[in-house]
Structure formats: structure tokens, C-alpha cells
Write a protein of this length. Structure first.
Ligand code: IMP
Ligand code: MG
Length: 180
């Protein structure tokens, strides 16, 4: 299936059905691991918003939620609640260089946490600049610039209900997407 949006073609690589199935699996795993714990989910904006909404509803435990806005690998907003003593699980769209997680970890570790773990829908392990161990990952080894299901290209495509690659984009242009 190819879909045209503003004359750039987007080709699904993870369909709505595949995402739904994987999130149900992650939700079950997290529900098992965090039983009798004090689970606090922190969603990273903007990219994680659809994943966060679906994942949080796939977890069958009482939990609290808050959000942090990250831009250019830096945390640019503050939490609205105290997370001291909580089992914090950060929910990210994708881990690429690992720089964002590096900043997030430093920021969140200012509070005395019971535990701090990371859940990311997508992973690009070969692009790391700093090493990151992701505790829960949806789909690994994504090797293209992807959009949809929260991920953007120039601010657009976040609302696509699936993850897609942008077609008709040269390797050179694709390189530029990373620095955009
Ligand atoms: P990191 O700090 O390099 O790990 O970057 C993580 C952030 O870069 C993600 O949260 C995304 O916002 C963005 N990013 C990395 N790869 C992609 C991609 O393929 N599509 C859209 N955004 C991406
Ligand atoms: Mg992001």
C-alpha cells in the first residue's frame, strides 16, 4: 500500500495490526514485571504520544503518568509531579544516537528513584553514539528514517496510524532528515 501525502509517498513498514499486537505483548510483559510496584510512566513528547496512549492502556496495573518535552536531545520541560521513590518507566518513540536517553537519565536521576527503565517502540542500534540498553523494545533494527505513529518529518506525519518510510527520497536527502 502506498499513500500520497503532499506528493511524498509513505510506505507502511509496521502496520496498525502489527503495532497493536506488539503493544499487547509489551503491556502484558510490563504488567507482569511491575506487579506490586509503584509504576510511574513518563511519556516523551512529542513523538511518544500515540505509543504512550496505547501502551498505558495495555498495562493492567494502577499507574501514574506524566510527560517531558524533549527537543534536540535536551529536556525542555519539567514534570508536574514528584517521582521520588517510584518505579519510573520512560516511554520513547525511537532510540537513535542514544543522546536523548542520556540527557533524560541525568535529569530523572536527580530524584531518588526506586528504579528507572526505558521502553521504546523502535530502535536503531547501529546508529548509537552512546550505548543504551533498552529494557522493552517494540521493533528493533529499523534501518531507515521513519514517520508515523508519533514520528515526524518536518513536523508532519505524526498522525499516521502506522509506521512508514518516506519513499522517493534520495539517500542524501535521508541523511539530511536526521539533522533536521
Ligand atoms: P536520539 O537522541 O538520537 O536517540 O534520538 C531520538 C529522537 O530522534 C527520537 O525521539 C526522534 O524524535 C528522533 N528520531 C530518530 N530517528 C528518527 C526517525 O527515523 N524518524 C523520526 N524521528 C526520528
Ligand atoms: Mg522523540
Amino acid at each position: 500500500m502506498l499513500m500520497e501525502q503532499n506528493r511524498i509517498f509513505v510506505k507502511p513498514i509496521f502496520t496498525q495490526e502489527e503495532i497493536k499486537k506488539r503493544i499487547a505483548e509489551l503491556g502484558a510483559l510490563i504488567s507482569r514485571d511491575y506487579q506490586d510496584r509503584n509504576l510511574f510512566l513518563i511519556g516523551i513528547l512529542k513523538g511518544a504520544y500515540p505509543f504512550f496512549a496505547d501502551l498505558s492502556r495495555a498495562i493492567s496495573l494502577p499507574l501514574q503518568v506524566d510527560f517531558l518535552m524533549v527537543s534536540g536531545h535536551k529536556v525542555v520541560s519539567a514534570l508536574t509531579q514528584d517521582i521520588a521513590g517510584c518505579d519510573v518507566l520512560v516511554v520513547e518513540d525511537i532510540v537513535d544516537s542514544g543522546m536523548t536517553w542520556d540527557s533524560l537519565k541525568k535529569e530523572l536521576q536527580k530524584s531518588p528513584l526506586k528504579s528507572l527503565k526505558l521502553c521504546a517502540l523502535l530502535d536503531k542500534p547501529y546508529r548509537r553514539k552512546v550505548s543504551v540498553a533498552i529494557d522493552y523494545v517494540g521493533f528493533s533494527t529499523v534501518n531507515k528514517y521513519v514517520v508515523g505513529y508519533g514520528l515526524d518529518y518536518k513536523g508532519k506525519y505524526r498522525n499516521l496510524p502506522y509506521v512508514a518510510v518516506l519513499d522517493q527520497i534520495s539517500a542524501e536527502e535521508e541523511g539530511l532528515l536526521y539533522s533536521a
